[in-house]
Design a protein around this ligand. Structure first.
Ligand code: MG
Length: 455
């Protein structure tokens, strides 16, 4: 049985994500750790945050763990705290970009990275067995509150960029915090970088009255409008727990995450005169194009931010990130960090003297076509294997890092099995959308044929 998904444990508050689950998960995490260890806890402003936090803390204390609450903060601020202090682990109460009725519990390892799957499995095992450590009355853990974790995080970001250079430019930024966890930190970061700030949804509110907390084009219409109306240099938006950042250029164009990833990757590699960038196989070829052009190389991983972060540590990579606005800076910390990404983008604008739209125009443009097709879970592996054996002559190279990625002269097609549904997701990237569509449809019919044969 699985409890943890790709982003911790998630569910609807007071339904599957309830106080009993939080209490027992707190006990399981506490049992997994050494007695007397210190665990830091933070939450986003979701309505159920305090309820779940109290239950997790109660569970932790009952196993002899000492708990420290550091307040309502972004996930990367908790990760930064855990990395910089003697905390053995961190627990983040958040459902990131999900609608307000959801909430979740995510565990952070002692070095500030997301917990590897193997350790989650051990916690799951304790949880399902209910083999909790129950300490005697005089060994029950203590709870204290620590203020200042947010300030420490802000200083960490400012020290990782050329603060003075950015200040001199006095940028005007429209900031949309989605009423989420960044409301207490990102405005401060921008202020200290000398920005004139126009704020949208910068009050914490767990009902997310402004818009839902996924920074999608649909949800950021107000941001686009505000950038255009005010003549700002940049629009900046975070998801609910602010581990991601999405930008709007000075003309009011929404910048897709793979483009901002490419802009940052290009600059980082240019400055270092080379290096390695880690990104999942699903990322646009534009990343590899700009990295190679500047003397660096790209290492591909399976999809998932913790996987990218672990690979970066393993190979001492320079930079890493995902196409959804998740940017990982090795000089700062090995996790996605939305405010750090924003500070870095301002630094790039300051250093190059270029507007954001100009930086975007210098990135190669590709079109991505997405589709899906049904396939029973039990034959998914076999289908991919057969498909790989039947590729047409157009296929130049295949990559089996995550599913099946087929490269041709026209671009690539990525076929990945969904972890939750009996479907394959098919992504195709080419220079134009019609070619991408044809490439995706061709593999889709290939899969359908195989499913019919063996299904
Ligand atoms: Mg998030």
């Amino acid at each position: 049985m699985r409890l943890f998904g790709t982003n911790g444990v998630r569910g609807v508050s007071n339904e599957d994500m309830n106080s009993e689950l939080a209490l027992n998960l707190g006990k399981a995490i506490g049992t997994y750790l050494e007695k007397g260890a210190k665990v830091a806890i933070a939450n986003d402003p979701r309505v159920s945050g305090e309820m779940l936090k109290s239950a997790v803390i109660s569970g932790l204390l009952s196993t002899g763990i000492n708990a420290v609450t550091i307040g309502m903060l972004p996930t990367p601020a908790l990760q930064y705290y855990v990395k910089k202090t003697d905390a053995s682990a961190g627990i983040m109460i958040t459902a990131s970009h999900n609608p307000p009725k959801f909430n979740g519990i995510k565990v952070v390892a002692g070095d500030g990275t997301e917990l590897p799957r193997s350790e989650e499995e051990e916690i799951e095992h304790i949880y399902f067995e209910e083999s909790f450590r129950n300490v005697p009355w005089n060994e029950i853990g203590r709870l204290r509150e620590e203020l200042g974790a947010g300030d420490r995080y802000i200083e960490g970001i400012l020290s990782a960029v050329d603060r003075e250079l950015i200040r001199k430019k006095a940028f005007t930024a429209v900031l949309d915090c989605a009423n989420g966890a960044s409301t207490g930190t990102s405005p401060q970061v921008l202020k200290k970088l000398g920005c004139r700030i126009i704020s949208l949804n910068c009050q914490p509110d767990g009902t997310f009255p402004g818009h839902e907390s996924e920074p999608s084009p649909d949800n950021l219409k107000d941001l686009v409008y505000a950038v255009k109306e005010t003549g700002a240099d940049i629009g900046i938006a975070h998801d609910g727990d602010a581990d991601r950042v999405i930008f709007v250029d000075e003309k009011g164009n929404y910048i897709h995450g793979d483009v901002s990833l490419s802009i940052v990757a290009k600059q980082v590699i240019k400055e270092k005169g080379g290096g390695t960038v880690v990104t999942p196989v699903s990322s646009s070829s534009s990343v590899e194009d700009v990295v190679k052009e500047n003397g660096g190389k790209v290492v591909y991983t399976r999809v998932g931010a913790p996987i990218v972060a672990r690979k970066m540590i393993e190979i001492s990579a320079t930079f890493g990130g995902e196409e959804n606005g998740g940017l990982i800076f090795s000089e700062h910390q090995y996790c996605r960090d939305g405010a750090m990404g924003a500070a870095k983008m301002l630094e790039i604008m300051a250093k190059t003297g270029k507007t954001l739209s100009r930086l975007v125009s210098e990135i190669p443009r590709y079109a991505l076509y997405k589709t899906k097709t049904a396939c029973p879970n039990n034959i998914k592996e076999k289908v991919l294997e057969l498909l790989a054996g039947r590729l047409s002559e157009e296929a130049k190279k295949i990559d089996k890092t995550d599913g099946l990625k087929i490269y041709s002269n026209k671009g690539w097609v990525l076929i990945r099995a969904s972890g939750t549904e009996p479907i394959f997701r098919i992504f195709a990237e080419s220079t134009d959308i019609e070619t991408a569509r044809l490439m995706a449809e061709k593999e889709k019919s290939g899969i359908e044929k195989i499913v019919k044969e063996i299904g």
